[in-house]
Design a protein around this ligand. Sequence first.
Ligand SMILES: [Zn+2]
Length: 157
Amino acid sequence: MAKVESFSLDHTKVLAPYVRLIAEEKGKNGDVISNYDLRLVQPNENAIPTAGLHTIEHVLAGLLRDRIDGVIDCSPFGCRTGFHLIVWGEHSTKEIAEALKGALEDIVNKVEWKDVPGTDKYSCGNYRDHSLFSAKEWSKDILAKGISSEPFERKEV
Ligand SMILES: [Zn+2]
């Protein structure tokens, strides 16, 4: 099986919440795609419940595109401790961490249920499994801990 960088990261050494550059991939024409680890909670100590994570996913899809040019995708990790963010071009982890912080602040302070996209059977694969309450409470907790632009030391933005 191909070796995947994410599985060689020592998950016991990281200090969440943080943003980490996983890899920059260059295409045949020189285009760069960057893959980030947006780690919201400490691995093996916490995991965001599915309904809250699902709502954070739907809302981040728009809020991160409002803040970062070239967002391709932002999808949750199966372990429910964070998200992959795939973006065109090169961006500093500080820029990504600031965008994530602003997006989570919006979830806590501004987002209402009517603002959450994809909450019916036509636009989501499991529309019954959403919780804006959980999304807000977990976002508050993550913001209180601060978001670092480095995974192994705290450099909060
Ligand atoms: Zn969905």
